[in-house]
Write a protein that binds this ligand. Structure first.
Ligand code: FMN
Length: 149
């Protein structure tokens, strides 16, 4: 099965999370594609995956404007029942992943990971612990796909 990791990132931290999470998905035996949301132009670009991880950093206690626009596009892709998760880098409040997760859960009606949304403090990303936390999130999402058959 195949997972799409779609992220926004201004200074590269959420992008790094996406790359580590992709490693975790591969550990679970699944395929993965990592894309910037700016490279996803139509809802057709969102078709053909079994699982979706959407990521945005938190700026001004919110997700980025790009992620908001992306979620309107994702709504058209009819992701109901697909496995999902949300993530992002932050320094102190980390609001974005929770809001993205809730949209995926309640608006798109996706099959969300039991781990909840995944916030990682920016300072942790370059530490082994932070890298492992990202890999673990990706792996658990991949294992949920395996269990769903
Ligand atoms: C202007 C500005 C506003 C920010 N606002 C928040 C915030 O409200 N909450 C928070 O947790 N982090 C906030 N941050 C920190 C970023 O979320 C953090 O630097 C994050 O790692 C950036 O991710 P990126 O490299 O993927 O863009 C802010 C950073 C800047 C520069």
């Amino acid at each position: 099965m195949k997972v799409l990791i779609a992220y926004d990132s201004r200074t590269g931290h959420t992008e790094k999370m996406a790359q580590y999470m992709a490693e975790g998905v591969r550990f679970s035996g699944n395929e993965v594609e990592v894309k910037k949301i700016s490279d996803i132009k139509t809802e057709a670009d969102l078709q053909g995956y079994n699982g979706y991880l959407f990521g945005s950093p938190t700026y001004h206690r919110d997700m980025t404007q790009g992620m908001k626009t992306f979620l309107f596009l994702a709504q058209k892709a009819k992701l109901q029942g697909k496995v999902g998760g949300a993530f992002g880098s932050y320094t102190h409040s980390g609001d974005a992943p929770k809001y993205i997760y809730e949209t995926m859960q309640y608006v798109f009606d996706m099959n969300m990971t039991d781990l909840g949304s995944f916030n990682l403090k920016e300072a942790m990303i370059d530490k082994a612990e932070g890298m492992k936390a990202c890999q673990d999130y990706g792996r658990v999402v991949g294992e949920k796909l395996n269990a769903a058959g």
